[in-house]
Write a protein that binds this ligand. Structure first.
Ligand SMILES: NC(=O)c1ccc[n+]([C@@H]2O[C@H](COP(=O)([O-])OP(=O)(O)OC[C@H]3O[C@@H](n4cnc5c(N)ncnc54)[C@H](OP(=O)(O)O)[C@@H]3O)[C@@H](O)[C@H]2O)c1
Length: 327
């Protein structure tokens, strides 16, 4: 997020990084010094970008909001709360108008999928989605990336790989039908539930039926998704391709015979959502199949958070409330 604020020339007078007590005083690239959270240190901000887990967001997002900032939260803590808009910049930016101090950034797999679905939804409606994800390890965090690389290195050198810590099983040279975690008694992971619930909230349509299987694959960055879309009205693959070619934030790569389709390694480092393999589902006359790929750390997380901050600023939706000056 810090890199994106710089890259996109976010018009901030001052940027202050916060982290846990462990990191207070640490100097980041660019010379910024990490501060700790307390009632005084959080005063005087217009916008606060949060990515510190649900518990920290639960405790500190309302405090930042009460101190005058608009919080853009990356955790899942507030996403389904009624008074919190869940926003993707290309899909439902108007939802920002209703914010009450906290705005939620969606889950990464949901984010990239709805960017590609929105133009199809507007044209033909969506009745049902069947989604299978192929999610990169960086979505789990830095330690999961190290786990994949360490295990791969060991296996390539004929050494016993380190035991899995971040995942239930070895991720190197493997595919895990288990992205996220299983809550007590649920046969779906929380990642699958997020994909279902957040998609409905962002598209504003609780009637969409959604089936999801979230899978972790040994890719460092870039989530891929096979999505089957059943539309309400007829929609040809040609028309879908045309709509997507003009959709904001989308790039269509769809010449499969020439080897042109979205790839995780090409999407890594990019802010757009890539769509290809758009074709008629031979099993249903109003269904299309497609392949959707994006950088899970950029459009799937940081890029959208910064885009939301930009829109809040451009539309005058930041409070610009001055905190009382220190005595
Ligand atoms: N689409 C999305 O929006 C998306 C995508 C990926 C992840 N996420 C969410 O983002 C969150 C963070 O993920 P991550 O991979 O970035 O984790 P991470 O690398 O572990 O970073 C967490 C950060 O939060 C800070 N932190 C932890 N506890 C804190 C506390 N009590 N007070 C202040 N700061 C605290 C940490 O500080 P220290 O450096 O001092 O430890 C660290 O800087 C998670 O909630 C995750 O679900 C969202």
């Amino acid at each position: 997020m810090l890199a994106l604020l710089r890259e996109r020339h976010f018009p901030a007078r001052e940027v202050v990084p916060f982290a846990s007590a462990r990191s207070v005083g640490k100097e980041l690239d660019g010379g910024l010094q990490v501060r700790g959270l307390d009632e005084e240190s959080i005063k005087g901000f217009d916008v606060a970008l949060f990515s510190a887990g649900g518990a920290t967001s639960g405790e500190w997002a309302p405090r930042f909001a009460a101190a005058g900032a608009v919080v853009v939260d990356n955790s899942s803590r507030w996403r389904m709360s009624e008074n919190v808009p869940l926003v993707v910049s290309e899909v439902n930016p108007e939802a920002l108008d209703t914010h009450k101090g906290i705005v939620a950034n969606p889950n990464c797999s949901t984010m990239q999928m709805v960017v590609a679905l929105k133009p199809l939804y507007d044209e033909a409606g969506i009745v049902r989605l069947v989604v299978c994800t192929y999610q990169a390890v960086s979505g789990t965090g830095r330690r999961a990336v190290d786990e994949l690389l360490d295990q791969s290195h060991a296996l390539l050198h004929d050494v016993e790989p380190p035991a899995p810590e971040q995942y239930a099983h070895r991720i190197a040279f493997n595919v895990l039908p288990h992205a996220g975690s299983f809550a007590d008694g649920d046969d779906h992971t929380d990642e699958e539930r997020k994909l279902i619930n957040e998609t409905r909230k962002i598209l504003g349509d609780p009637s969409i039926r959604i089936s999801a299987t979230c899978v972790r694959v040994p890719v460092v960055t870039g989530h891929s998704e096979a999505v089957n879309v059943q539309t309400r009205e007829p929609l040809s693959p040609e028309r879908a391709r045309e709509l997507l070619a003009h959709a904001p934030g989308v790039i269509v790569l769809d010449d499969p015979a020439a080897g042109s389709y979205p790839l995780a390694i090409d999407a890594a480092g990019r802010d757009e959502v890539f769509v290809g393999r758009i074709r008629r589902d031979p099993g249903h006359e109003r269904s299309l199949d497609m392949w959707i790929v994006a950088d899970n750390l950029r459009k799937g997380a940081a890029t959208n958070a910064v885009q939301l901050a930009e829109i809040l600023h451009e539309r005058g939706l930041l409070g610009a409330r001055e905190a009382p000056s220190p005595a």
